[in-house]
Design a protein around this ligand. Structure first.
Ligand code: FE2
Length: 234
């Protein structure tokens, strides 16, 4: 299939892109906010704000991170909130970088595995993230795209580090949203985090230490983040 083609490979709530009210209703439900709060906010633009920590408040204690769990050490990858910025029908794309970006480049790679730790070739993996300015592109699929895993279940994305943000009073440490599904698996919706933002982790109520990538510096290229997704059988 041609790069840039748009297909619908992941079950979605609607046939087309959701309205802002749909997005708000879906996303805020996941954030545990009340229907009253949704009604009050639906007429306003929901835009993530670049994250500025309130340094006047003491940060919660930061726990040491455990190594990223291996496939054999977990029943399946933990799920996480979809959040309010998911968009269906993303383009087939594995290079998210904008030509004139000013972000810090990153390669994300890994495998999609079944619960027996066998690679799933042809699984779809759909990713979306904020850009280097902490913004989601809800118009042109910037920093959004899907791809199909290779014969070894492998995928890779060239991108930039996402920026954390604050929204509706909630601090979000930098993360990348992921949906993944194989032909014989359930759909996994989750988020992955980065090991270098411990203060953000401590302040982010959705942070999960089991969803932290393994991040390695490289001699000549951008840092490489690795994460394997383990999908439950359908
Ligand atoms: Fe997000």
């Amino acid at each position: 299939m041609k790069e840039g083609a748009r297909i619908s490979t992941i079950p979605t709530r609607d046939d087309g892109r959701p309205t802002r009210r749909d997005v708000l209703a879906a996303g805020l439900g996941g954030l545990g906010l009340t229907a009253l709060g949704v009604a009050g906010l639906a007429s306003k633009q929901l835009v993530p704000q670049p994250l500025v920590y309130d340094l006047s408040a003491p940060a919660p204690p930061v726990a040491a991170l455990a190594p990223t769990p291996a496939c054999a050490d977990q029943p399946a990858t933990d799920r996480a909130e979809e959040g309010p910025f998911y968009a269906p029908n993303t383009p087939l794309k594995r290079d998210f970088r904008r030509p004139a970006h000013h972000g810090r480049e990153l390669v994300l790679r890994g495998r999609v595995l079944d619960v027996r730790c066998r690679p799933i070739p042809g699984a779809v993996i759909d990713l979306w993230q904020t850009d280097e300015d902490a913004l989601y592109d809800n118009v042109d699929y910037g920093y959004r795209g899907h791809q199909f895993t290779g014969p070894g279940g492998e995928f890779d994305v060239s991108t930039v580090f996402p920026k954390g943000y604050a929204i509706l009073g909630m601090v979000r440490s930098p993360h990348i949203h992921v949906k993944a599904q194989g032909a014989k698996t359930k759909l996994l919706t989750t988020q992955i985090f980065f090991p270098e933002d411990a203060e953000g982790h401590a302040r982010d109520p959705l942070f999960n230490p089991r969803l932290v990538v393994d991040l390695r510096q490289t001699a000549s290229g951008p840092p490489v983040a690795t994460f394997d997704f383990v999908l439950e059988d359908a």
